[in-house]
Design a protein around this ligand. Structure first.
Ligand code: GLA
Length: 384
């Protein structure tokens, strides 16, 4: 299986190693319908896997060496002994797949040495979780090659651990969950406190709707500290409110207004109101009322912009132009400071939205945005 853009890890493996791989695995990127910066606050998220992803072709080695090659970074080939993997020992793109091998071993799984070649059709840094897709594709490859029957929920946690401790990005559990547990035709309602993952039907085409991703072209660096700052502020707010996490607060008025620090007050208000919006969106989807989710998406954007302060000018412009062109709702997606906007619109409005957003970018002298239509797709799996 290759994708429309033609990512083909098997051909890339042959090019790198002049041999055939034993198999090829694929893990998808994700889109988040709603629930931003709630996962690491024990909150609710509603993401889904998409049709674009990362492929990992691989073959075992007889020793304990892990070789990593990426078609997206051909000059950065990495070769390491599994026994020498330590957080910080591998940097750059290869920290994600090396981190998977490290996390599996740290959990007691006997990973064999391997040659891995990855290729991806996910735009990098567009807020579609290219790093989680990379981790998860390599996790599937290494576990199957080594004959390790690691259950998916455990693999999700190990991929998150790889990113947190090996790659140094303190992300929550959303992206890896969507990539390894996603289901075609459904978004996943994830309760990050209980760990419960529930499929919620989401088929935009059947409802005459489109879910349009608009890549603003602005690139964020999640490890640059702003994400970690927000996470720390949320923990401070929870401490000041006397709860283990902000999930412990369900009423945004009384308890949150008691916070004397205005910044912490805004951060907490975002998280508390966002959890409520996710719950409401899941209820609407189950009732077959996708269109009514639009207002929740737009409210989420305003909250991320004004209270959580992680939006960026191109996202704000995109949201306002899309709404003026007939979108039912729109919001920035992912960690913030760059990446994509998700727009919910009737199919018949989609062309106008693309045209108007494109024109707005041109009038501001911004590089043209990229558009992508998405719908919930299946989780990662072996493809060859
Ligand atoms: C990034 C992280 C996720 C989540 C989002 C914000 O995508 O990887 O865990 O925190 O930001 O919702």
């Amino acid at each position: 299986m290759t994708d429309p853009a033609g990512a083909d890890a098997t051909a890339w493996f042959r090019e790198c190693y002049a041999a055939a791989p034993e198999g090829s695995w694929r893990a998808p990127g994700r889109v988040n319908l709603i629930g931003e910066h709630t996962d690491y606050n024990d909150g609710l998220v509603l993401p889904f896997a998409i049709g674009l992803g990362t492929f990992a072709a691989a073959a075992r080695r007889a020793d304990d060496v892990l070789e990593l090659r990426s078609r997206q970074a051909p000059q950065d080939a990495v070769s390491v002994r599994l026994s020498e993997l330590r957080p910080g020992s591998v940097t750059g793109w290869a920290a994600y797949p090396a981190g998977i091998a490290w996390a599996l071993r740290a959990a007691g799984h006997q990973v064999a040495g391997a040659r891995v070649a990855v290729d991806s059709d996910l735009p990098l840094g567009a807020g579609l979780s290219s790093s989680a897709a990379l981790e998860c594709a390599v996790a599937l490859a290494l576990t199957e090659l080594s004959g390790l029957g690691v259950p998916r929920p455990e693999l999700v946690r190990l991929a998150q651990r790889a990113e947190n401790e090996f790659a140094g990005m303190p992300c929550g559990i959303m992206d890896q969950s969507a990539s390894l547990l996603g289901q075609e035709g459904s978004a996943l309602l994830i309760d990050c406190q209980s760990g419960a993952v529930t499929a919620v039907p989401l088929d935009p085409a059947v409802a005459g709707m489109a879910l349009l991703i608009i890549d603003t072209g602005v690139r964020h660096v999640l490890a640059d500290g702003s994400y970690a700052d927000r996470r720390r502020e949320c923990e401070q707010a929870a401490r000041a409110l006397g709860v283990a996490s902000l999930r412990g607060i369900t009423d945004d008025q009384e308890p949150v207004s008691r916070l004397s620090d205005p910044v912490l007050r805004r951060r907490a208000r975002h998280v508390v109101t966002e959890n409520r919006r996710v719950g409401e969106a899941a209820r609407l989807l189950r009732a077959g009322e996708l269109a009514a989710c639009g207002a929740l998406l737009t409210a989420s954007h305003r909250s991320l912009r004004d209270d959580f302060e992680v939006s960026w000018p191109a996202a704000d412009t995109t949201v306002e132009v899309a709404l003026a062109a007939g979108a039912l709702g729109a919001r920035m997606m992912g960690g913030g400071f760059g990446g994509s906007v998700i727009v919910l619109a009737p199919v018949r409005q989609a062309g106008q939205i693309r045209a108007d957003v494109g024109a707005a970018y041109a009038s501001l002298d911004w590089a043209a945005p990229r558009f992508l239509d998405v719908a919930p797709a299946a989780a990662g799996s072996r493809v060859r």
